[in-house]
Ligand binder design. Sequence first.
Ligand code: HEM
Length: 120
Amino acid sequence: MTTTLYQRLGGADGIARLVDDAIAAHLNNPIVKTRFENIRDMERAKRMAREFFGAGSGGPDPYTGKDMLAAHKGMNISEQEYLAVMDDIVNTLTRHNVGAESKSEVIAILYSLKGNIIRV
Ligand code: HEM
């Protein structure tokens, strides 16, 4: 039987926990913490991140936020900041005991988005 990435990440609840911990890690990461401290509506930002990861990993619910280009346009995000966010996410997946294959799939998805995020 095949399982979707969504199921392997623990469904909506697992993804909500991953998002909470990844954002906590960003808020502790000197390279990007100010970016995340400046978010005005953190509840909405977390909801959007949950929706994005849920929909992007094969979950049943739609993503209702902006596309990645529109979401990051004008922020002038650097390669270093992008890598810092990737590292936080990978470390979060490791802490949550997400398996190597699922982790690789998440990394591949995030990497494919970098052209819509860095210096756009
Ligand atoms: C690694 C890939 C990334 C993904 C998948 C991602 C995902 C998202 C999503 C889903 C949103 C919400 C869009 C909306 O409001 O409709 C968002 C917004 C945002 N992202 Fe990213 N992001 C990524 C990388 C980054 C990086 C590297 C930074 C900065 C270091 C960053 C900073 C932000 C900020 C500040 C917002 C706006 C939040 C707000 O004001 O509500 N993101 N991102």
